[in-house]
Design a protein around this ligand. Structure first.
Ligand code: DX5
Length: 217
């Protein structure tokens, strides 16, 4: 699977969301919208209005990454609001299979996520029913944190199980992804690389993305 760069907008300049998207749109492959409820994670971010605005600003695939305590209630709504992929945390969902189906019925593709402290084995049984698995490489809640290399063992396990099962599963890492850690993640088996402050904290968005692209091949 070709490696893809996924821009997380969490740390972009929201005074100019349109310009922040236009500045990278020709250079990234997807976007991630981080939905945080201040309960599942110690931060409050945004919801449907930002997802809907992103849908109008780009034709590229959009991920809604639900870091909320009751993803089962809202997941399908994010697909209806324009998300191509809706990612729920296994630690928060009470009935993941039903929610995967509701996301599909709403026209989206489901993804399942694990936070640090949760083993890849916790989502193994769901792999045939999702389009992507996300391994958080930081404790979810904030951008700008350091990459947890110990999380790469979960990426390796998921890629091995996916291959054994003959699945075409996207495996994503999120948190502390920069040019060097992106390479480590690809070597471990990830193909989707979420990156936020590495892009939006840089002086030259396109140069930062080009540097990462050159490292992940
Ligand atoms: C953190 C979010 C990430 C974050 C990534 O909980 O899920 O998507 O925005 O930002 P960086 O790349 O700065 O770690």
């Amino acid at each position: 699977m070709a490696s893809q760069i996924v821009a997380s907008i969490l740390d972009c300049d929201f005074r100019n969301l349109g310009a922040e998207v236009a500045g990278v749109d020709a250079h990234v492959d997807r976007y991630q919208v981080d939905v945080m409820d201040g309960h599942f994670v110690p931060n409050l971010s945004f919801g449907f209005p930002i997802l809907e605005a992103m849908r109008k600003l780009t034709e590229r695939p959009l991920e809604a990454d639900l870091m909320i305590s009751n993803p089962d209630r809202y997941a399908a709504e994010y697909a209806k609001a324009g998300a191509d992929y809706v990612i729920i945390h296994v630690e928060a969902s009470e009935h993941p299979r039903r929610t995967f189906q509701e996301i599909r019925d709403a026209g989206g593709k489901p993804g399942i996520s694990i936070s640090p402290g949760t083993a890849a084995a916790a989502i193994r049984e769901f792999l045939p029913e999702v389009d992507m698995a996300l391994v958080m490489t930081v404790h979810p809640g904030f951008g700008g944190q350091s990459f947890m290399t110990e999380q790469l063992r979960h990426v390796q396990a998921l890629r091995q199980w996916s291959d054994e099962l003959g699945l075409n599963l996207h495996i994503e890492v999120d948190g502390g992804v920069k040019a060097d850690t992106a390479r480590l993640a690809v070597d471990a088996g990830a193909d989707l690389l979420v990156t936020g402050s590495y892009i939006y904290g840089s002086d030259d968005y396109r140069k930062a993305i080009a540097t990462m692209r050159s490292r992940i091949g």
